[in-house]
Design a protein around this ligand. Sequence first.
Ligand SMILES: Cc1ncc(COP(=O)(O)O)c(C=O)c1O
Length: 401
Amino acid sequence: MDKIKWVFNEMPKSEDKYLPLMETERIREVKAFHESFPQYTVTPLARLDGMAKRLGLGGLFVKDESWRFGLNAFKVLGGSFAMARYIAGETGKRIADMTYDYMTGEQLLKDFGQATFFTATDGNHGRGVAWAARKLGQKAVVHMPKDTVQMRYDNVAREGATVTIDNLNYDDCVRVAAKEAAETEHGIVLQDTAWEGYEEAPSWIMQGYGTLILEAAEQLRALEVNRPSHVFVQAGVGCLAGAVVGFFANLFPTEPPKFIVMEAEKAACLYEGACRKDGKPAVVGGDLETIMAGLACGEPNIISWDILRNHADAFLACPDWASAKGMRMLAAPVKGDPAVTSGESGAVGMGVVNALMTDPDYAELKEKLGLDSYSNVLLISTEGDTDPVKYREIVWDGKNG
Ligand SMILES: Cc1ncc(COP(=O)(O)O)c(C=O)c1O
């Protein structure tokens, strides 16, 4: 069995110009925007006391995004906020004016008209963009990489988007979406990854994710955990990880939690960048094969990268078994703990924390991270069973060992 690989962050710091994007006050505005949606509810924070005790931790908390807007994943938070920010900019309005009622009413079409939002996705982001576009009377065009499963395709198509599965990997689909947007009148690319010259929309998407993180911080506080000691966050392009780390780094500037960023080992571009130690982002190519479809991205979001290189503590490259194990543990936790339906890209944190706390091979990593019976660990289960067939193969039939 492959081992989890890790590297501690020894990169030189940058001027940290993107950190203010995730200031608490700004994220409060984002959350107020999402709160105006009739679909909005705070997603659960599962408190796994039995599991924490078993693993030798003080507390273990899992933010369960399978309940987000009925879409089974957190991603809609980013696409919807970015769309609202874009429209606010075009119409000279403030984000506070972008309520759900305004955005879904006749007035929006008079003020803004109709645009086409282009994006590439493994499934969850595109579904969120397509959902938001439909609600707002806008158009969406979605490109999906080869090997996309039918269910994920159907979920996007059901929202009325024009969707294709291309014979390309994720990063090449991003390029196709950007090219088509440039060639289309009133065409806008809405991508969760940033590159030189394309930074505005990804920064809004990152802020959009802030809603779930602010919720989690408030839920922890209600449980009298003022500050998590460790935050484990999974990464594809790293937009979510940048948001999570940026948010907590702003909230706890003097004593931040320890941040551990986890990627699928075949798509571990952030890990690769950290190994090089020069602070520059690295790219990983090829088929990016992993069961963690949402993490199969080989080119980092440069905004998130900048936040992570300044604030993340460690980067981990994780084999598929870690995620499969995490899915099973969350589905069948210690008696008395709530179960969490967590998909392949959602559960890797649980598998990793279990390995660190129980496998002597990771004793050094556990020790260096200071994980012990005083630790309060926060994990984010970013999706539910978005591929129900694979979910059952893994959780019920024991696939991926
Ligand atoms: C379920 C899930 N979790 C995590 C991620 C990773 O997010 P990011 O690409 O921002 O790193 C994704 C991305 O699509 C996802 O769909």
